[in-house]
Design a protein around this ligand. Structure first.
Ligand SMILES: Nc1ncnc2c1ncn2[C@@H]1O[C@H](COP(=O)(O)OP(=O)(O)OP(=O)(O)O)[C@@H](O)[C@H]1O
Length: 322
């Protein structure tokens, strides 16, 4: 099913701020954060450890009061209508929120009853959630006996018990192995595609943001440092790099300088690194320019930037340095 974002934003936050004052000092976890999430989107908050992602999610889900700014979440005012916000959203925190002794179906049923459904309706909803998250085969097992990925899917199902229009997931794949991560991402996408549920998730995995979200908001030291679709960001901020291995790099450099699509040219040893907007299309044009100038090259490769490159470009640090 194709998702069709509607007009009203699911989240609109302006100048959101959270300052923590402890006896050890003052920490500005989130500063002057403007944020828009459109209905039906999957949006990633991407940043290194300590960037302020959890604090942002906890503010947007009413669990933590902002020290500044304002926000509308699911059409309700975050500060003035907190209980209405809570009724419309789901939140899946960083793991460990289930009762490991309970069976999957019991835990889901209890959650649905907590949200006001009667026993029969809660049972039906629990079965539906088991279908959606592919937990039907393990529905009668205790949660503690499930794999890490299955347990995480139970947690996501719990967050969806009251059929929220918007769900917040804090590092949904944390602690999972690569197949578990891939599987959970597919389920998250399916929830949006089949239900139209808006998804906001946090991650410090650039690859996760890249493959899962429609739009990424890059956060560093509590501030938004970049925003856009993964493709836009990679093109706009980092560019594609085409490297030619040529004998006469200086002449090659002269030949490509100033050509259309060329943003930057750097020569190092026998390698000419040409930064362009659209590498796939530029490779042929650049090769022709070099051939026309009579410059031989032995090899050419194209490096597509990753969101790691984007982070480095905007902060001067790698994601891992944090
Ligand atoms: N309750 C608190 N009291 C004091 N400082 C806090 C508190 N909660 C968070 N912080 C600080 O705020 C900053 C942002 O923390 P936050 O947990 O939001 O980051 P994060 O991006 O979610 O990191 P991670 O990926 O490690 O979960 C950190 O410097 C953290 O130490």
């Amino acid at each position: 099913m194709v998702h069709r974002p509607t007009e009203a934003p699911a989240v609109e936050a302006a100048h959101l701020e959270r300052v923590f004052r402890t006896r050890y000092g003052t920490t500005t976890a989130v500063a002057d954060l403007d944020l828009t999430v459109r209905s039906g989107e999957i949006v990633a908050l991407l940043g290194p450890n300590g960037a302020g992602k959890t604090t942002t999610l906890r503010m947007l889900t009413t669990l933590l009061r902002p020290t500044g700014g304002k926000a509308t979440v699911a059409g309700c005012d975050l500060l003035g209508e907190a209980s209405a916000v809570r009724a419309k959203i789901g939140y899946v925190a960083q793991g460990g929120s289930t009762d490991r002794g309970l069976r999957v179906r019991e835990e889901l049923g209890q959650q649905c009853r907590f949200h006001g459904l009667d026993r029969a309706a809660a049972g039906a909803r629990a079965s539906e959630l088991c279908e959606l998250l592919e937990l039907a085969d393990v529905a009668d097992r205790p949660i503690g006996a499930l794999s890490g990925g299955q347990q995480r899917r139970v947690e996501v199902a719990l967050g969806l018990a009251h059929q929220p229009q918007l769900i917040f997931l804090d590092e949904p794949t944390l602690g999972l192995d690569p197949p578990g991560r891939r599987d959970l991402r597919e389920h998250v996408r399916r929830i949006r595609d089949e239900r139209g549920t808006t998804v906001v998730f946090s991650t410090n995995l650039t690859e996760e943001a890249d493959v899962l979200c429609d739009r990424v908001i890059v956060i560093d030291q509590g501030k938004k440092v970049a925003e856009g679709s993964p493709l836009e960001l990679k093109r706009r901020i980092a560019g594609d790099v085409v490297t030619f291995h040529a004998d006469d790099v200086d002449r090659a450099r002269e030949a490509v300088l100033g050509r259309g699509r060329v943003r930057e040219v750097a020569a190092a040893g026998e390698a000419l690194r040409v930064t362009v907007d659209d590498g796939e299309n530029a490779v042929g044009d650049l090769a022709k320019v070099l051939a026309d100038a009579g410059i031989q090259f032995r090899a050419v490769d194209l490096h597509r930037p990753t969101l790691d490159d984007v982070f480095f470009e905007v902060t001067g640090r790698s994601m891992r340095e944090g």
